[in-house]
Write a protein that binds this ligand. Sequence first.
Ligand SMILES: Cc1ncc(COP(=O)(O)O)c(C=O)c1O
Length: 430
Amino acid sequence: MNRVTTTEHGTDTISLDVAEVRRHFPAFDQAEQRDQSFFENAGGSFACRQTIEALTHYYVENKVQPYADYPSSARAGALMDRSRERWAEALGVEGREVVFGPSTSANTYVLAHAFGELLEPGDEVVVTDQDHEANTGAIRRAAERAGATLREWQLDRASGQLDLDRLRELVGSRTRVVTMPHASNIIGQENDVAAAAHIAHRAGARIVVDGVSFAPHTIPDVAALGADVYLFSLYKTYSVHQGLMVVRSGTMTELPNQGHFFNADVPDKRLNPAGPDHAQVAAAGAVLDYVDALHRHHGGPPDATLRQRADFVSALWRSHEDDLLPGLLGVLADRQDVRVLGADAVGELPGHRCPTVAFDPLAADPADVARELVRRGVQTSSGHYYAVRVLQALGVDPDRGVVRLSFVHYTTPGDIERAASALAEVLGPR
Ligand SMILES: Cc1ncc(COP(=O)(O)O)c(C=O)c1O
């Protein structure tokens, strides 16, 4: 199952050592996880050991008000700064462009209020119906309050895809903001953010990208994507329960301060009125130590930058996930009694597909199917996953919901086999 991973030193054949990966996740050592397979990763991933240790370490040794001159306080501040700098380097941006907030929903809420102050009647805001509500609800309300016009970039009713030609039609000289997901938490297919950013920027608009369902699979190169704002949730990315929001400096300067008046010039406080959660911010960067450990373990080039190390490790994650995905999709594809939302085969649609698989078991109640899967050691659930608009657009009743199985790089072939045989059993003969 080797895959070719290209490094700057040439082309090596390396595959992810999943046994090594799982040694970094204490959750797998818990008795309760034995003979179980975790498929709720799009809801929240397990935290790596480095994250847990950093959080504990902060609470034990540094749980004081940071940035004063006594040792524990100075250490606390230094750890918070380190998280910011490390994440900035990993994402290809500047430290002052990184905002930690309580969650992505809280970050988009604040962001929407900030954009809302800039909007005027006649301005236009483009939103999608492929987003989790976090990246669309608050900005829709802000636009309405300001008397701006909402334009909805609607997904294709058959495939669930967002078509760039449709965006080209919607964006015009009055467009101020475009919001979109990098990948939907239901459809899984990655959207072409760089192309969408190009379209938005040509019209002079800003683009806000929800990377929550993408970042756990590939640490994004935010600079290369061209997003003005890029958000993701660290607690789904093996880290602490915080939302990380990159606001590129042009947009940061343009957006009105949402924090205390005296913090207007403090970049990471302008857009976090909640104030920082010191311990979690201090521990937020530790997941990148995990990335570094994987980079070393897999023989990554020692002189690589953190951005390059993130790329190297992401390529391994991705390749591993790509190997496993057909095994899960295959058991659902071509069944008359199952509707997979989005592509039910890899390569069926343009772009890469993240391993988030949502389906409607047409002849059964999704909640019953999820319960039966859980009984067979497949930890999953059913519901609308706050993607109510996506389900409605695809003709699925959000109250009924869908079953969702989502996995990441620590998932094993054995997990996929367990899920596939449980699904075959629960759904019955084709
Ligand atoms: C795609 C997507 N965007 C945004 C969010 C909201 O993130 P948070 O829970 O950090 O508010 C979620 C949460 O499930 C999500 O899946």
